[in-house]
Design a protein around this ligand. Structure first.
Ligand code: ZN
Length: 501
């Protein structure tokens, strides 16, 4: 007896189609659209978004979910039906928490703040962004109140991106990670010249980079028959179904890393989407468990696999063949060291594995201080620079390379940043669990072959899509709650060897 469930599913499919159609428009906007198309495209996307939001938040939807839930009351927790109903009810409740006027106000303030931020960053003019940041913060506090929380307002904001994650838990994990990472960073700072990365800063033909990018993405298991590689100024992955999960990259003619590791990163995201269970198609279960979990899969491919020595022992000959002038005289080991050079830098997106999480911890600490009122928006630049000195040992020369570098606050995305670091921690924890459960994975990885690791991720993470909360999923996969410890073990072992510590 599935009459009510089927009635609900018809609506769910329609909602999903509307969302993915808007996604195609969004992908096209960033990859193909002429700049002047922006106004019409924004209108098209907002019309689709509005239709979808109205349909989803209707009383009819609530009745359909309730009727199906009653009909499926006996369905096991793990079943498709029970899982979908849990997720739909949660999304429905979240979507109904904001009054329409507030959503409109948020969109307006975000739109204006974003435009002001772009200009402020271009001119390193924080004063121009300040009134907008103040408004964003005011609305962010209101947003937390609408969403509701048990312990502190930041919980509500974090929960939007990492469901069920508590701020207190993140604070504790970040504190302990910081205490391990800062001394490692300082020890490496003493030996910065031990690694030379001039190898990757040479002329690299862009067409050849694209050819190699396709080769290396396929080598880790990205399925091009269900994928596509495009070019975008700010690389991203976007999926419209498990059979159409796309990636993008940018290409520098004189620096190899962004295309190489950008493509591995985005492939990791897309492989997660390609690996969701076919039965989840056209439902909100057909995506990752959370932003942090999504990032765990991209960082795993980019760093754990893509920046490992054995991976390049296997693939460096092919890279050399592609770029004989630049790399003909180098060894795989020299290349491995070059792509793992540690160098404290101002910009988060360019950070190495040791420094990256420190950039995130800085933003997390500032966001909390701003929310509690301990830090006024006007004092953000000075606080930013102080924290840079404390955590990374350097101070940016201007606000463009400091507190104005990221887009997130301008689109009211307070609470988003921690998921980047959580992704690194999940990745290391999943990698340890995978090796412990299947010794073949370690043996294959030592040969530079991630196939059995990817298969384990498919079985334990990808196929479940959004069926479980992040906490449920990390428990199921590793038997433990989230911890920073596996990441610290991984990072200490890898970089102590490279820097001879
Ligand atoms: Zn990512």
């Amino acid at each position: 007896m599935n009459e009510k469930m089927n009635a609900l599913l018809q609506k769910v499919y329609e909602l999903h189609d509307l969302e993915k159609a808007a996604g195609v428009l969004g992908w096209d906007k960033q990859v193909n659209m002429p700049k002047k198309g922006n106004l019409a495209r924004t209108q098209q996307m907002s019309t689709l978004g509005r239709i979808r939001h109205t349909m989803f938040t209707s009383d009819e939807m609530s009745e359909l979910i309730a009727a199906a839930a009653e009909e499926q009351a006996e369905a096991p927790y793990d079943s498709f039906e029970a899982s979908l109903l849990r997720v739909l009810q949660y999304d429905y409740d979240q979507a109904r928490k904001f009054p329409t006027e507030f959503v409109v106000q948020m969109t307006m303030v975000g739109g204006q703040a974003n435009a002001a931020w772009e200009e402020a960053r271009a001119n390193s003019d924080f004063a121009h962004f300040l009134p907008h940041l103040e408004k964003v913060l005011e609305l962010t506090k209101q947003r937390a109140e609408y969403l509701g929380y048990e312990n502190e307002p930041y919980d509500a904001l974090l929960n939007q991106f990492e469901r069920g994650m508590e701020t207190a838990v993140v604070r504790q994990i970040f504190q302990e990670a910081k205490e391990a990472l800062v001394p490692l960073r300082e020890a490496i700072d003493e030996r910065l010249t031990a690694v030379d990365d001039s190898l990757v800063h040479q002329p690299f033909d862009v067409a050849k980079q694209q050819e190699f990018a396709r080769y290396i993405a396929a080598a880790i298991g990205y399925d091009f028959s269900r994928g596509h590689l495009g070019t975008a100024p700010h690389p991203f992955a976007s999926s419209f179904s498990r059979d159409d999960a796309r990636i993008t990259s940018r290409w520098y003619p004189d620096f190899l890393n962004p295309s190489l590791f950008g493509v591995l990163h985005e492939s990791g995201h897309a492989m997660y989407e390609q690996g969701t269970h076919p039965d989840f198609a056209r439902t909100p279960l057909a995506r990752g468990a959370s932003l942090g979990f999504h990032e765990s899969q991209s960082r795993m491919m980019e760093n754990v696999v893509g920046r490992s020595r054995s991976f390049w022992q296997r693939h460096f000959p092919k890279l050399q063949e592609t770029f004989p002038d630049a790399l003909g005289g180098a060894t795989a080991d020299e290349f491995y060291r070059a792509i793992n050079k540690v160098q404290p830098s101002f910009i988060r997106v360019e950070a190495d594995e040791v420094n990256y999480n420190l950039h995130i911890i800085l933003r997390f600490e500032l966001e909390q201080a701003m929310l509690t009122g301990d830090l006024a928006a006007a004092d953000v630049p000075a606080a930013w620079n102080d924290k840079m000195q404390e955590l990374l040992g350097i101070v940016p020369p201007n606000d463009s390379e400091g507190c104005l570098q990221d887009i997130h606050w301008s689109w009211t995305g307070v609470g988003y940043f921690p998921t980047y670091a959580l992704g690194n921690f999940y990745a290391a924890q999943l990698y340890e669990a995978a090796q412990a459960q299947n010794p073949q994975i370690g043996a294959d990885m030592a040969q530079g072959d991630p196939a059995s690791l990817v298969a384990w991720m498919g079985e334990n993470v990808h196929q479940h899509g959004r069926k479980y909360t992040p906490d449920e999923l990390i428990h199921r996969a590793s038997g433990q709650p989230l911890s920073h410890a596996p990441f610290i073990r991984y990072i200490n072992e890898k970089f102590s060897e490279i820097y001879g510590l």
